[in-house]
Design a binder for this molecule. Structure first.
Ligand SMILES: NC(=O)C1=CN([C@@H]2O[C@H](COP(=O)(O)OP(=O)(O)OC[C@H]3O[C@@H](n4cnc5c(N)ncnc54)[C@H](OP(=O)(O)O)[C@@H]3O)[C@@H](O)[C@H]2O)C=CC1
Ligand SMILES: O=C(O)CCC(=O)C(=O)O
Length: 421
């Protein structure tokens, strides 16, 4: 589906001779983030700003998105009837490089949601030291109600509109990343976010003196691209995946080796529901929060770790593979309970990092091997972990605040050096 689309947008980039990246081809779905997403993100940013003691004016500069757009997208459905959808594009910050971020399709996507996700992108790229800024697109749509052809039409319409806009407003149209490997895509992009999550888990466990993931127990909420890759890699390394959930339900296996992840993946790849998986025990979807484990990995939705969940969750660590899964008040409860949280802007940054590596390969007109990509990803995840950890230790703050302090320093320095202030 994205082959032709990538080509279309890529040609816009070369016509203008720019190296800007919008990442419109990076599509992730199923994001349900409840009220006040942008404010939740801003609460975390403000906490880090207070640690850094920056001039008060800087708060407004780093929090305010540079540009926001809302558009109506009209397509003809497969039955020939027109239907309209709302689309959003938020460009949060480009002090460190061109705007970059995926496009989210979800029935609950709205401007506030996209605003928060765009801001997370700016701080994620800064933490990984990837030379991009932050942006995000979103379309309010239930993708399960559309055919693949209709989704493609909607995506093309969205891209087209922002392409037209860019011609007049100087907004840099970008190279699409997440392209198929046979069309200038990078090896390792599909697995990148889950793989990055596992590098993050290893770094975190080591830093807390827990040793490797082998024999640790995991519960993974969401078993799509990110959750399934993380689960597969953890199982390969001897991790015990006790529970996984998706929108249809939750599978739980308390046996000594937990869920047989490859077997579960084969079941899902046959098109069968997770809730129909015959091995292990079936729980209600949200009972995953009750599963006792070493590491809980939210890899589905934003805003799922609320106060009641934070009070009852029975794990030693939380690793945020999803964007914005923990609300600020739940985060405070977890701190009180002594449950460290590996923050989203670090944990799931493997995706944008390999998108960056894809862009680098496209510039070089040269394809790296999967091993080369994965090695680079590891190096970058390790370096970012160290910066986040060091800052958190230096200031005596949680890892999330440590991560934001590193990112903020980089964003603010670029802003000041480029004279945006
Ligand atoms: N893909 C990437 O490269 C990146 C993804 N992320 C973030 O990671 C998260 C997951 O993304 P991705 O894996 O790509 O998305 P997918 O759409 O591939 O997978 C989402 C998964 O979450 C499940 N899900 C939906 N609702 C619930 C629920 N209420 N309880 C449990 N599971 C649920 C879905 O189930 P079902 O299939 O049944 O609907 C599906 O298994 C998102 O927050 C995304 O923003 C962040 C950075 C990069
Ligand atoms: O691959 C990309 O550039 C986008 C990744 C993304 O959207 C995210 O990290 O939330």
């Amino acid at each position: 589906m994205f082959g032709a689309l990538s080509k279309a947008v890529g040609s816009v980039c070369s016509r203008q001779g720019q190296a800007a990246v919008t990442g419109l081809g990076s599509v992730t779905g199923h994001q349900v983030r409840r009220a006040g997403h942008a404010e939740n993100t801003n609460t975390f940013i403000r906490e880090a700003l207070a640690v850094l003691d920056l001039p008060p004016a800087m708060e407004k500069i780093v929090i305010t998105p540079q540009r926001e757009m809302t558009v109506e997208l009209i397509i003809n459905r497969d039955d020939g009837k027109p239907e309209s959808f709302m689309g959003y594009r938020v460009q949060h910050d480009n002090a460190r490089g061109p705007f970059k971020g995926g496009l989210r399709f979800h029935k609950d996507a709205d401007l506030d949601d996209v605003r928060s996700l765009a801001s997370l992108m700016s701080f994620k790229t800064a933490l990984l030291d990837v030379p991009f800024g932050g942006a995000k697109g979103g379309i309010t749509v239930d993708t399960k109600a559309l055919s693949e052809h209709e989704i493609e039409k909607l995506t093309r319409k969205f891209v087209q509109i922002f392409d037209e806009y860019s011609k007049f407003e100087g907004y840099s149209p970008g190279v699409v990343t997440g392209k198929p490997t046979w069309l200038h895509g990078s090896h390792g992009r599909e697995s990148a976010t889950g793989r990055g999550t596992v590098f993050g888990i290893k770094n975190m466990l080591q830093a807390f003196g827990e040793g490797p993931p082998a024999d640790k127990t995991f519960a993974i909420q969401g078993f799509g691209n990110v959750g399934a890759w993380a689960g597969r890699l953890l199982a390969e390394q001897g991790g015990i995946v006790k529970a996984v959930s998706d929108a249809s339900g939750c599978v739980y296996d308390d046996g000594p080796s937990g869920i047989d992840v490859p077997k579960l993946l084969r079941h899902l790849h046959r098109g069968d529901d997770l809730s129909k998986y015959p091995h292990g025990q079936q729980l209600l979807r949200d009972e995953i929060f009750d599963v006792k484990c070493d590491v809980f990995v939210p890899a589905a939705l934003g805003g799922v770790i609320t106060d009641p969940v934070a009070r009852k969750i029975s794990c030693k660590y939380i690793v945020e593979a999803a964007n914005g899964p923990t609300t600020p008040s739940a985060d405070l409860i977890l701190r009180d309970r002594g449950i460290p949280v590996l923050p989203d802007i670090y944990t799931n940054a493997g995706g944008v990092t390999v998108s960056f590596l894809e862009w680098v390969q496209n510039l070089q007109n040269f394809k790296w091997t999967t091993e080369q990509v994965n090695d680079q990803l590891k190096t970058r995840m390790d370096e970012a972990f160290q910066s986040m950890w060091d800052s958190s230790q230096e200031h005596g703050v949680p890892l999330r605040t440590g991560a934001f302090t590193v990112s903020l320093r980089r964003v603010v320095r670029a802003t000041v050096n480029r004279g945006f202030n």
